[in-house]
Design a protein around this ligand. Structure first.
Ligand SMILES: Nc1nc2c(c(=O)[nH]1)N[C@H]1C(S)=C(S)[C@@H](COP(=O)(O)O)O[C@H]1N2
Ligand SMILES: [Mo]
Length: 520
């Protein structure tokens, strides 16, 4: 029988052999990544690649449909795609030698492009896709070869269950099981032993030069009200990173370059030696809808950005800092917001008394009061380039968001909640309000279209920190509409007109409905 043409029967088995070979491909890549290049899993790199190239509407659709599981959805889709391609490779290889191998070789090249073009890639990043593709191809040739011998022998009238049949089944089963077990082990190993987690745990930061002073009455302690400082575990997370970048402090370098008199490179220790101070700052995401929870407050420990910039001496004419993350994300921040001695823009290393959690930018991120996160709060920071808005654009600018974006003052009702009926009688309406860099002057609540009533505010920690507020109300049975609005210390009232989050942040007064039950 001609080796180049299909052999009789065994089509489904060829698909199975293809799937097993695909598993061997992926597992070999994962094991190599675990041993040699932890950041170069071809599948994850391909996922990150997809995140960067899909259009904005597709991203929004994915977030709309899958919420926080959008990245899981992407990974599952990729996994299904890989499995289908592997089955197809098996079928092709059955029909024609090398045809399936060619599919795997192509997948290898795609993986190579994905791992080696990631920011932070090293020459070793090429290894996982290469080793994976070679292992996958070898296994595919072997298993389809075994299948060919079995089917050919059977078609030739060989008696009974042949050794060829047993060989094929054994090879495919052992290959698939080994791949799944070792591949999963390697992936879990890479994720869990990412030694940076251990380094972070052991990290001791020097005593800060100053700490946040929390005045009496800053924390209202009302059930259902957001705490003054958001615990790290509850702090919202927004970024484009499919896997959390891991940078050991010992490997971290910050480069300050561009329009500077002197290019500066800082190590983590050098940064710490500049002296840490603590600041209470409320971070807000441009994607926060009116009443939404993409906002949180933490005590951040860091070094003023202006002190770091001063080392490099920015040139006249520069008006922007393009900050860059290890994963390629960039933010455009007005230079003036970072050099203004009245604004506490910092390179932060700690959050609420512990080193930055990995997902919040370990080891160093930017925190700039008054600017939305996407134009200021770069996590896993590695570079600050002094430049101009004319010359450079940040990640979100060509994706439909403004190059500059101050946080819009806003207020939120935390309790009562729309989905929880309350008992009639005295009820406490409470929430938070923020106007970073200015501070909140007044919060007012309107009940069922009645007069605006002034709420009681917590003692502010600083102008950069949200305040808590509350209003007592005699709740009667039935349904009631509550509306909240805030005014800042410049006398500006929160915008009533609704605006969507794009291009530079939502506006509008939050309105919510409360159901009050009947007495008894
Ligand atoms: N490297 C990196 N930094 C980033 C982002 C990102 O996608 N990548 N997103 C920004 C956005 S949009 C926001 S709102 C804040 C959120 O910070 P958090 O996840 O610590 O709350 O991080 C900013 N820093
Ligand atoms: Mo954001």
């Amino acid at each position: 029988m001609d080796e180049k043409t299909a052999f009789p029967g065994g089509r489904s088995w060829a698909g199975v052999a293809g799937a097993a070979s695909g598993a061997v491909f992926v597992a070999a890549a994962e094991i190599t990544a675990f041993l040699a290049a932890r950041d170069a899993s071809p599948l994850l790199a391909a996922g990150s690649f997809v995140i960067d190239i899909v259009p904005q509407w597709a991203k929004e659709l994915a977030i709309e449909l899958f919420g926080a599981n959008d990245k899981l959805f992407l990974l599952v889709t990729l996994g299904v795609g890989v499995a289908l391609a592997a089955v197809a490779a098996g079928l092709l290889e059955r029909r024609r030698r090398w045809a399936g191998v060619a599919v795997f070789a192509l997948a290898g090249v795609a993986g190579l492009v994905a791992t080696t073009t990631r920011a932070g890639a090293t020459p070793l990043s090429a290894l996982p896709p290469l080793v994976g593709a070679i292992a996958g191809c070898v296994f595919l040739r072997a298993s389809i070869g075994a299948l060919r011998r079995w089917r050919t022998a059977e078609a030739g009238g060989a008696p009974g269950p042949t050794t060829d049949r047993r060989r094929f089944l054994l090879l495919t089963t052992i290959g698939a099981v080994t791949a799944v077990v070792l591949g999963t082990g390697a992936r879990i190993g890479t994720a869990a032993t990412s030694s940076v987690a251990a380094v972070r745990k052991a990290l001791r930061l020097p005593e800060p030069l100053s700490r946040v002073a929390v005045p009496a009455g800053a924390e209202l302690r009302i059930p259902g009200l957001s705490p003054l400082f958001t615990p790290n575990a509850d702090f919202y997370r927004v970024d484009t990173a499919l896997t959390v970048p891991s940078i050991a402090p010992a490997d971290w370098r910050l480069t300050v370059d561009g329009m500077v008199a002197k290019r500066v490179e800082l190590s983590f220790d050098e940064l710490l030696r500049m002296g840490l101070r603590e600041y209470a700052v409320t971070l807000t995401c441009v994607s926060n809808q009116v009443g939404g929870n993409l906002v949180g407050t933490a005590r951040w420990l860091g070094v003023p950005v202006r002190e770091v910039l001063a080392l490099a001496a920015p040139a006249g004419g520069a008006d922007m800092i393009l900050s860059r993350s290890i994963d390629g994300f960039t933010a455009s921040t007005p230079l003036e917001a970072l050099t203004d001695p009245g604004r506490d823009a910092i390179l932060a290393v700690a959050m609420n008394g512990e080193p930055l959690p990995l997902e919040h930018g370990f080891p160093v991120r930017m925190v700039v009061p008054g600017l939305y996160g996407y134009v200021s709060a770069t996590k896993w920071l590695t570079r600050m380039t002094v430049t101009t808005f004319q010359k450079d654009q940040a990640y979100w600018t060509p994706r439909g968001y403004s190059a500059q974006a101050p946080i819009k003052l806003s207020s939120r009702i935390d309790t009562p909640r729309i989905d929880k009926e309350i008992a009639p009688g005295t009820a406490r309406i409470a929430g938070v309000a923020w106007a970073q860099t200015v501070g909140i002057e007044r919060v007012e609540v309107q009940i069922d279209g009645g007069p605006w009533q002034t709420a009681t505010l917590s003692a502010p920690v600083s102008a950069d920190t949200w305040v808590q507020w509350f209003l007592d109300w005699n709740a009667t049975s039935g349904s009631h509409t509550l509306v909240v609005r805030a005014t800042d210390r410049h006398g500006r009232m929160q915008e009533q007109e609704r605006a969507p989050i794009a291009p530079n942040g939502s506006t509008g007064w939050q309105s919510t409905v409360v159901r009050v039950g009947t007495a008894g």
